[in-house]
Design a protein around this ligand. Sequence first.
Ligand SMILES: NC(=O)c1ccc[n+]([C@@H]2O[C@H](COP(=O)([O-])OP(=O)(O)OC[C@H]3O[C@@H](n4cnc5c(N)ncnc54)[C@H](O)[C@@H]3O)[C@@H](O)[C@H]2O)c1
Length: 248
Amino acid sequence: MSTPQDRNFGFDTGTVIITGAASGIGRETALEAKRQGLGVIAWDINAAGLEGLAGELRATGRVQLVETAVVDISDIDAVAAAMRAVTAAHKPRYLVNNAGPPSGADLPFERAIANSLVATREITRLWLDGEPSDPVAVNVASVAGNLLGLGEWYSAAKAGIVGYTRSLAVSRPGGLRVNAVAPGLIDTARLQATLETERGKDIVKRNPLGRAGRPEEVAAAIMFLLSPSASLINGTLLVCDGGSSLVL
Ligand SMILES: NC(=O)c1ccc[n+]([C@@H]2O[C@H](COP(=O)([O-])OP(=O)(O)OC[C@H]3O[C@@H](n4cnc5c(N)ncnc54)[C@H](O)[C@@H]3O)[C@@H](O)[C@H]2O)c1
């Protein structure tokens, strides 16, 4: 079995912006991107988490770009300023829209949609405005809203992200490839409390793999979709849930 260390998706060079990179799926995506030879621009609201990530990325000893910045994706002015800065310096070819509020967040519907779906669209628009060459993006959706009904705003936002991904995928012939992933229950910080409930344990038990997903497994799917290995894949939703949405 291949290990993360010897996995090679065939990237040449390039730089990826990853939102929500200080923890969980975003963090593992940043680590995998570095292993795959990409420069990494990591955004998050968690400054300490970003610092830890940057230390780990730089410790690999390879010389690609590592830049971190505290950027709240729900603050579009902050996103625009950060995007202007990275675009002027690097024109990142790759984008991973991963950040978003936790499914259990008690937010008014409109604000939750703004902080997830609208933010994803705005970040993507600003990134494309910088005219990256051969741009490729991956949006992190969920089985919620796409295969399961799980939370009003969360389902609406994640289904919206997939609809947006499909629309974007056909919007620039020859000029953009974009896909989405739909994680199931993944063992990350935000899911710790859920995993300890009876309901959480039951969901894990019913997963055909008999366990929750790991963030590095979703990261591998994200990096595959970004990579030249997925050159014919555009506008798709890749479900990463161990088959749990196939069982009642
Ligand atoms: N964990 C799961 O089971 C699961 C399932 C389906 C989808 N997802 C999706 O995966 C993505 C990542 O989730 P995770 O489980 O890795 O969570 P996580 O909590 O481990 O990490 C999320 C990161 O995003 C950051 N973040 C939150 N709000 C932000 C904002 N406004 N701006 C910038 N950064 C922000 C957090 O500080 C954190 O570092 C989310 O979009 C989530 O909806 C997760």
